[in-house]
Design a protein around this ligand. Structure first.
Ligand code: GCU
Length: 672
């Protein structure tokens, strides 16, 4: 009996729950040194959450009492703090004297700002900072920080690798799964303030009354966490659920239908964010079906939500099977002439590169080319082309590489376009295609959580450093032990380049297998649409490899500002990491290292495999320092990744050899 009790006690105290991935980076709910005194001035649901978060997550590290309060509270305004610059969502955390007491004050102009301040303090302490001297101040540089869920109404997730959709449409709106709150809390902790619930390949059903009620229930859960709900809208919905004969945006009956639909949504969700639209792309309906432009379509929807303060995020991811132009050029060709034609509550949402979320793409030429239009960045957090659930690929460096890119217009960077600084746009946004599903650890694997985290942090401030983000994520996720953090951050920072190396170095892209996009397929040539075939992108033949996008080829380089176009015009001035994206070069082209292109390629493929092997060894060394559950899952994933890195390398090299007839250079690892 006694031993049975001991076993039960052991089970109850077993660290499994504390160790599993469910709690993401918000793990420190056991104060080490007793509770800190926390008080709150004012009362709103969001302020209450801020207080509760501090009680739950702040490991007691100092005996300085913490006070959460709005800046407008008399006790705070008496301090005359510089709060104007915090805007609507910024926060200030600093030691202050309130009512004659020394406290740590967390304040902001809105309760959302205060909540973000609470999370900033929790992050500060969980990554090794002190409470007593904490002085933190930040305001988001980007207004709309939005997750795009590619979730279908049947519960599947397009390009989702972490289970089914979180949204249980069957039980909504009546049953609100507590997990929705956990989801909102995690997002609020990194500053995400919007979520598009359904797939861009949208079904019109999502705009019917039953689904509006379901979305409204989710919006109610998310609201106190500062998160607004958006919906993907199917352009032909007026026909499919409205009984109209057309969805022509210039038809007054169509505009009236959307206006009534928007009014209906806003009656249920007063703070509804607006619509995301994929139109005339990959078979989706759109204004082009009626000879109208993307601006006509976007503006009609924008007019419907405008009276309610809503916005439209109109995607620029378009390419047509009827268009013989280089696919990489089509979005620019279509959208650039529309600059200045969009209503003021429209953002054009542009993928980071001109093809499709490849492991490496040069920045999309639309950034910098549409100064009169707010351009929203679209990153893909779910790793469709980077090993999906299992391969470790920390995307922070992919995101920042694009954000830091110079557009060629003076000192302008992609980040300064996105955050509005460049053209003084107030309406700004960043979208991330979510990697979240109903898997217990949300994202299908521990390290995938870092990509969700990094997206949120960079949407808040696109100038953050990806290594610093990796470090703070790792500290919150695994604890601050430097023996763990050093190797973890090192693995993360090498990981994306390793994927580039073993899937397609030197700017090669779109070499994946058909349909599921998992694994290699550079030989695929038989798909119906030419631009779906990998051979369209690499153009390898006996003489050479790469896509000539200079004047002698598709001239896509001319879509960049002259300063950048000039660099890309010559292989000598093109960064070698993007070489074959822009140039078709002979296999014996001399790289800066002096080796031939072919030898350099082989070395990169080998390096990619070697890096994954090294990452595995680093992780092996952490066995005793990381909880079993997360250690074992990651170890198993790294074994998969190493095997599949070899698969990518060997399959790709064999194929290139079948084309170029060249031997592997001396010293290359033999294929298995
Ligand atoms: C990719 C992806 C599709 C998705 C599309 C998009 O092509 O494979 O599943 O629908 O991007 O972004 O619209």
């Amino acid at each position: 009996r006694a031993s049975a009790m001991a076993v039960t006690a052991a089970l109850l105290t077993a660290p499994a729950a504390a160790e599993d991935g469910y709690r993401l980076w918000l793990r420190s709910d056991a104060p080490a040194e007793g509770p800190i005194a926390i008080s709150r001035l004012g009362d709103t649901p969001t302020l209450r959450l801020a207080e509760a978060e501090l009680r739950r997550d702040l490991p007691a590290a100092a005996n300085l009492p913490v006070v959460v309060a709005l800046a407008s509270d008399p006790a705070v305004s008496a301090l005359r703090l510089p709060v104007a610059e915090l805007g609507n969502e910024g926060y200030l955390v600093r030691p202050s004297s309130i009512g004659g007491r020394q406290v740590l004050l967390i304040t902001g102009n809105t309760d959302r700002g205060v909540l973000y301040g609470a999370f900033a303090l929790i992050r500060h302490v969980a990554s090794g900072g002190q409470v007593a001297n904490a002085t933190l101040r930040s305001a988001p540089k980007v207004k709309l920080r939005v997750l795009n869920h590619w979730d279908n109404l049947d519960g599947t997730v397009e390009r989702g690798y972490s289970g089914e959709s979180l949204w249980d449409w069957w039980k909504l709106p009546d049953y609100r799964d507590p997990r929705y709150t956990d989801y909102a809390r995690a997002n609020a902790s990194i500053g995400v303030n919007g979520t598009v619930l359904n797939n861009v390949n949208a079904k019109a059903d999502s705009l019917t009354a039953p689904y509006i009620a379901k979305a409204a229930a989710l919006a109610d859960v998310f609201r106190p966490w500062g998160i607004r709900v958006y919906l993907s809208a199917r352009f032909s919905a007026p026909i499919e659920i409205g009984g109209l004969k057309t969805a022509d945006p210039r038809d007054p009956a169509v505009a009236a239908w959307w206006k009534a639909k928007a009014d209906e949504i806003y009656r249920a969700i007063p703070d509804f964010g607006g619509f995301l639209v994929k139109a005339n792309s990959e078979g989706q309906p759109g204004p082009r079906d009626y000879g109208a432009s993307h601006a006509d379509g976007a503006n009609m929807l924008a007019a419907a939500v405008k009276p309610h303060g809503g916005i439209v995020m109109w995607r620029a991811f378009v390419y047509a099977d009827t268009d013989p132009e280089d696919r990489a050029k089509q979005a620019y060709t279509e959208f650039k002439p529309l600059d200045g034609k969009f209503a003021d509550n429209v953002l054009v949402q542009v993928k980071n590169g001109a093809i499709d979320f490849q492991p490496r793409e040069p920045f999309h030429p639309l950034f910098g080319a549409m100064p009169k239009t707010p351009l929203m960045m679209e990153f893909q957090i779910t790793k469709e082309y980077l090993g999906q659930a299992t391969h470790l690929a920390y995307l922070g460096p992919l995101f920042t590489e694009v954000l830091e890119a110079k557009t060629g217009r003076g000192q302008e960077t992609v980040a300064s376009v996105v955050d509005g600084e460049s053209e003084n746009h107030q309406l700004t946004g960043m979208a991330g295609v979510a990697n979240i599903g109903d898997d217990r650890d949300w994202t299908g694997g521990t390290f995938n959580q870092a990509n969700w985290y990094a997206f949120g942090r960079l949407a808040w401030d696109p100038s953050l450093d990806s290594a610093a983000i990796a470090r703070e994520w790792a500290q919150q996720t695994f604890g601050t032990d430097p023996r763990v953090i050093g190797p973890v951050v090192d693995m993360m920072m090498r990981s994306r380049e390793a994927v580039v190396d073993y899937t397609g170095p030197f700017g090669l892209a779109h070499l994946m297998a058909t349909g599921h996009h998992y694994g290699p397929g550079p030989w695929v040539s038989e798909l119906q649409r030419p631009e779906w075939n990998p051979v369209y992108y690499h153009r390898a033949d006996r003489q050479g490899i790469g896509f000539d996008r200079t004047r002698t080829g598709s001239n896509a380089v001319a879509q960049y500002a002259p300063a950048v176009a000039k660099l890309y015009a010559s292989p000598r001035t093109t960064p070698e990491s993007e070489l074959l994206w822009f140039h078709h070069l002979p296999w014996d082209y001399r790289l800066k290292s002096g080796e031939t292109l072919w030898d350099g390629m082989v070395r990169r493929y080998d390096r990619g495999v070697a890096t994954v092997a090294a990452m595995r060894r680093e992780w092996d060394g952490l066995r005793a320092l990381v909880d079993t559950e997360r250690w074992e899952k990651t170890a198993a994933f790294l074994a998969i990744q190493e095997r599949e890195a070899r698969w990518w390398r060997d399959a790709s090299l064999s194929y290139w050899q079948s084309v170029n007839g060249l031997p592997l250079p001396a010293g290359a690892a033999p294929p298995e």
